[in-house]
Design a protein around this ligand. Structure first.
Ligand SMILES: [Zn+2]
Length: 461
């Protein structure tokens, strides 16, 4: 008898706009595996947000990967596929894909697929080709099978680098159609006490609770933060009146800007890609209807493109004061080209690297009476209108103007954040997770409602 196998289970596209949710499916699978003692989890379930600029996604474009050791691969495969078949919204337009890789290491090709899925557009054909190439991979498709792309990408993503955690609390099915009752004062208090170890709980500028969705899905709320302990204890702080089903902690690339890590040259970009570029402003900003700001930027190779800063990001005030020649780094998603416009870069963050110098030019002063002189024509010198004194060699005076902008990083306010947006306070954090063995010491309370003798926290919520 050999030792246990390491399984990597990727699941994507099980949810649909009418309310089902891939993280909830993962929660049910995990509880089932633990209840039936089918395996030991070596990492928190991963919640991987993929390229957010692809339009054909469901709400959050989030895929899930579960990693566990098991002696019973076949039983796990049966469990996972049964859950996906029973609980996905296949009739309502979901197209689930499942990847189950049995291997100590994730093949390089799969890792590369995961890396690209953060910023590029990948095809189902390519995912199928990779899945078929390895004996160690089982794959399952439902509907048109589009979810295979995300499930393979999730397996390819191990998040050895920067990552965050989210504790997601789930509602009982019978409550899903009712309004979520969350006390904003508790959320504010929790936010104040735990920031910066939790983040994006509350938008203080616009007085909005950010932790709860509004749709009919089973997610009650989710708290994001830096450690599993802090997100679980924060959930307890905002304990709602409604009786919940339970919760689970995910490790995630949310809040890491992982989709913007790739530097893109303008000549290589295609619609829906994500990335960043260091470039120069080549046309002064133009404020258009709705308060959005459009400018033109040029990269080192001399290619130029329009960049749009939208009003809800709250960056338009900064963007509108940029001038030709300013050097900026922008993170962006590439918008679709239309008959009217070429591609446009939708700006997700703006960092001003260097401000161009701006001069005002004045006529010289008269040496006799100190009045400003008048030009006699190009290269013909100046004459004083008051005393008539002439100066053929006088030059115009250039005066350096103060810019009303500072170099530095500008990021959207929380209401303009997407799942992957890195909040400003996280820019100083360097977080890494070295090996799968160091991940295997999961906190006892990472998932609720599992049998008491296996890391308990029955009905904590
Ligand atoms: Zn004069």
């Amino acid at each position: 008898m050999c030792g246990p196998e390491l399984l990597h289970i990727g699941i994507d596209d099980t949810d649909s706009l009418d309310g089902r949710c891939t993280t909830h499916l993962a929660y049910n699978i995990v509880r089932d595996i633990l209840k039936n003692r089918l395996g030991d989890f070596v990492d928190y379930p991963l919640l991987i947000r993929l390229n957010p600029n692809i339009p054909w996604k469901t709400r959050g474009n989030g895929a899930v990967c579960l990693r566990l050791r098991t002696h019973d691969r076949k039983k796990i495969v049966d469990h996972v596929t049964r859950y996906v078949e029973d609980e996905s919204a296949i009739d309502a337009g979901a197209n689930p894909g499942v990847i189950i890789l049995a291997s100590r290491v994730v093949p390089d090709v799969v890792q590369e697929f995961g890396r690209r899925a953060m910023y590029d557009i990948l095809s189902l054909e390519k995912a199928k080709k990779i899945a078929r190439k390895y004996d160690s991979i089982d794959h399952f498709l439902y509907g048109n099978g589009h979810g295979l792309i995300g499930s393979l990408a999730a397996v390819g993503t191990q998040l050895w680098g920067d990552h965050t955690f989210e504790a997601i609390a789930y509602r009982k099915l019978e409550n899903c159609k009712t309004t979520r009752k969350i006390d904003p004062l508790k959320v504010i208090k929790c936010s104040e006490e735990t920031f910066p170890n939790t983040f994006n709980n509350y938008d203080f500028a616009h007085h909005r609770v950010l932790i709860a969705p509004h749709g009919p899905d089973p997610v009650f709320c989710g708290v994001r933060g830096e450690t599993p302990d802090i997100v679980v204890s924060s959930l307890e702080m905002i304990k709602p009146k409604e009786q919940l089903d339970g919760y689970m902690v995910f490790r995630s690339n949310q809040g890491t800007n992982m989709h913007l890590l790739n530097e893109l040259e303008f000549r290589d970009i295609k619609p829906y890609m994500s990335g960043f570029s260091v470039c120069r402003v080549s046309k002064n900003p133009n404020i258009i209807h709705g308060g959005h700001v459009i400018l033109e930027v040029k990269d080192d190779c001399g290619n130029s493109i329009a960049a749009a800063v939208y009003e809800p990001t709250d960056l338009t005030n900064i963007a509108s004061r940029l001038k030709i020649g300013d050097v900026v780094e922008i993170g962006f998603g590439v918008g679709e080209s239309t008959s009217k416009h070429q591609e446009v870069l939708n700006v997700e963050y703006l960092s001003i690297v260097q401000l161009s110098q701006e001069f005002r030019v004045y006529n010289p002063f008269c040496e006799d009476c100190s009045k400003r002189m008048k030009s006699e024509g190009k290269n013909k010198g100046f004459q004083c209108e008051k005393c008539g004194s002439r100066k053929s060699t006088a030059q115009k005076i250039r005066v350096n103007q103060e810019r009303d902008l500072k170099t530095g990083l500008y990021i959207p306010s929380p209401r303009g954040h997407r799942h992957l947006t890195k909040p400003s306070h996280r820019y100083d954090l360097v977080k890494s997770f070295l090996t799968i063995d160091s991940a295997s010491k999961l906190i006892g309370s990472w998932v609720s409602s599992i049998p008491l003798d296996q890391r308990i926290s029955e009905n904590r919520l």
